[in-house]
Design a protein around this ligand. Structure first.
Ligand SMILES: Nc1nc2c(ncn2[C@@H]2O[C@H](COP(=O)(O)OP(=O)(O)OP(=O)(O)O)[C@@H](O)[C@H]2O)c(=O)[nH]1
Length: 538
């Protein structure tokens, strides 16, 4: 019997070619022998076989897994009882996984053996190996993966998501902040993906999750769907919150310090600076605005504040390049301010990560020190050098003379009959005379000369680089100038004169006592010679 007489490619009923006309794969598998016994043309294409004989000769035994064997063994009694089994199978015809919806039934072959007739019912649903592996990966992934439709209704979730969230079936229900979920859905219509950290609802309460959202298309329906991947980051968030608190605590300390602080990284960029730093350098900027600033450029922009600008910059480079150890130094600023600077390199696990500059205005302390130094070396009534300074300076000059580097002279000046002035007018008035004498000396000596008040009304003048004859004439000039000054001084209710002894520093003097004794002797000689005069004792 034939069908379709006129059709050129018509197949004959009962002919295998008839089955070849089917577009769905059909084959017979001998379960016991694990061999193909029949395959139609669609099945040959499906199995990527060129000829039926090639496929029948194919060795399935070596490729079949134990799971497959067990599944087939389960089939045997069911098929024998006449059951038609409808199930999905994954095959690897050309090394690639293909999923096929199969309808399996028992057939008896010509040789009487039983075979399994397989009809591929829905071969359109197929996936390549990488998709299947990806699905497998998602199944085992600790990341929670859920898939929702365009309205946020749950379609599927992987075991991790299932375990974390049972019963919460909608996209919105996953989020603690429902308004956020409400915003995300339309946002995903505009952007294909987005990521965020959010507090999510899970079985045991609320957790921080990192959420990755991505728009996709349902491969079955072609409708939009949303894939959501979640990772629990609660411990990271807790740590971050603790770090934030420590950072803020550190910031409060830095901000509260009077020390000007500037932390640089290893690339010489500012990491953090405080207000005190800006104030010290007179910067009209907030500490925050200094972040990222190039410190080399910054050093050049403030160098003019220092008495030695280039040295300031050079020292920074020196410390950074070579230093690498904690250092402290003193900087002098124009206008008389002093800054103490400390440099501390920052090492983490022996690796250099930048350094901290700490600046402190020590002007007050420096002035205090200078004040105490002056107090220790200056006579408070006249402002002249005191006995201690005289001893130091005279010792210095004596050593230079000893080395024959210079000639030097020494004057001893004593007010004539000062006791009578004190006795008649009182000490306070007498002090005015002492001050006038000191000022007259200051006004009429060279800068290199050192006038000193070495006793009550006893004054000395150290004159380095001074020849003896010149020293004598200077002494006579001073004697005159002092007398005249006392006459000219309006505020002084008395006149006075002085007697001056002149001597020179000798190279052979054993100590400064020798030279002061000669000056003393010369001065007493002047007193003997009638006072208001000069006597020399070389
Ligand atoms: N006003 C005042 N007088 C002082 C000070 N120190 C010392 N004297 C006085 O200086 C006077 C020194 O006198 P004397 O050295 O005895 O001799 P003089 O009266 O100056 O007479 P001649 O030195 O011999 O010319 C004393 O009356 C001291 O009290 C001081 O700081 N202020």
């Amino acid at each position: 019997m034939t069908l379709f007489h006129d059709a050129p490619h018509a197949a004959t009923f009962g002919d295998d070619a008839l089955l070849d006309r089917l577009q769905t794969p059909v084959w017979i598998f001998d379960i016991e022998q694990e061999r193909m016994r029949y395959a139609n043309a669609a099945a040959l294409r499906f199995w990527e076989a060129d000829t039926p004989q090639g496929l029948y000769a194919r060795d399935f035994t070596s490729t079949m897994s134990e799971t497959t064997r067990r599944r087939l063994a389960d089939y045997l009694p069911r098929l024998a009882s006449g059951e038609v089994i409808d199930e999905h199978w994954s095959f690897y015809p050309g090394g690639q996984a293909v999923s096929l919806h199969c309808r399996c039934s028992r057939v008896v072959m010509r040789d009487g053996c039983s075979g399994m007739l397989v009809e591929g019912v829905d071969s359109a649903i197929s996936q390549d190996a990488s998709s299947l592996r990806a699905l497998e990966a998602v199944r085992h992934s600790p990341m929670m993966v859920s898939v929702f439709d365009g309205q946020g209704r749950l379609l599927v979730r992987n075991p991790a998501a299932l375990e974390a969230r049972q019963g919460l079936a909608s996209f919105h229900a996953c989020f603690t902040d429902h308004a956020l979920a409400e915003r995300l859905l339309p946002q995903l219509e505009d952007e294909p993906r987005c990521s965020l950290d959010a507090i999510m609802q899970i079985n045991g309460g609320e957790r921080w999750h990192h959420v990755d959202l991505c728009r996709a298309t349902d491969p079955q329906t072609g409708r939009p769907m949303i894939v959501m991947g979640e990772l629990d980051i609660t411990s990271r968030k807790t740590l971050e919150a603790a770090q934030l608190v420590s950072r803020r605590q550190l910031e409060v300390v830095i901000e509260g310090l009077e020390l000007g602080l500037l932390l640089e990284d290893e690339h010489r960029r500012v990491i953090v600076a405080n207000q005190a730093f800006c104030d010290l350098f007179g910067l009209d900027a907030s500490p925050e605005s200094l972040a990222e600033l190039n410190c080399r450029e910054a050093a050049h922009s403030v160098k003019e504040y220092f008495t030695e600008p280039d040295a300031f910059v050079a020292r920074i480079e020196e410390l950074v390049v070579e230093g690498r150890k904690q250092t402290r130094d003193l900087l002098t600023m124009k206008g008389g301010r002093f800054l103490e600077r400390s440099y501390t390199p920052l090492f983490v696990a022996d690796e250099y990560h930048g350094h901290l500059w700490a600046y402190r205005d020590v002007t007050r302390q420096k002035r205090q020190q200078a004040y105490w130094a002056r107090q220790a070396s200056t006579d408070p009534l006249t402002g002249l050098a005191n006995r201690r300074s005289f001893d130091d300076a005279a010792g210095e000059v004596a050593r230079s003379v000893e080395r024959e580097e210079i000639e030097a002279a020494l004057l001893m000046i004593d007010i004539d009959r000062f006791k009578a002035i004190n006795d008649s007018l009182g000490h306070a008035e007498g002090d005015k005379g002492l001050k006038l004498l000191a000022n007259t000396l200051k006004d009429n000596l060279r800068p290199s000369d050192l006038p000193c008040r070495t006793g009550g009304e006893e004054f000395m003048v150290i004159m380095p680089d001074m020849a003896p004859e010149e020293a004598e004439s200077v002494a006579w000039r001073l004697q005159r100038q002092i007398a005249e000054a006392s006459i000219d001084a309006q505020e002084l209710p008395f006149h006075f004169t002085v007697s001056i002894g002149v001597t020179r520093f000798r190279p052979g003097d054993a100590n400064i006592q020798a030279v002061t004794q000669r000056a003393d002797a010369a001065m007493y000689q002047a007193k003997h010679e009638g006072r208001n005069c000069v006597a020399v004792h070389w």
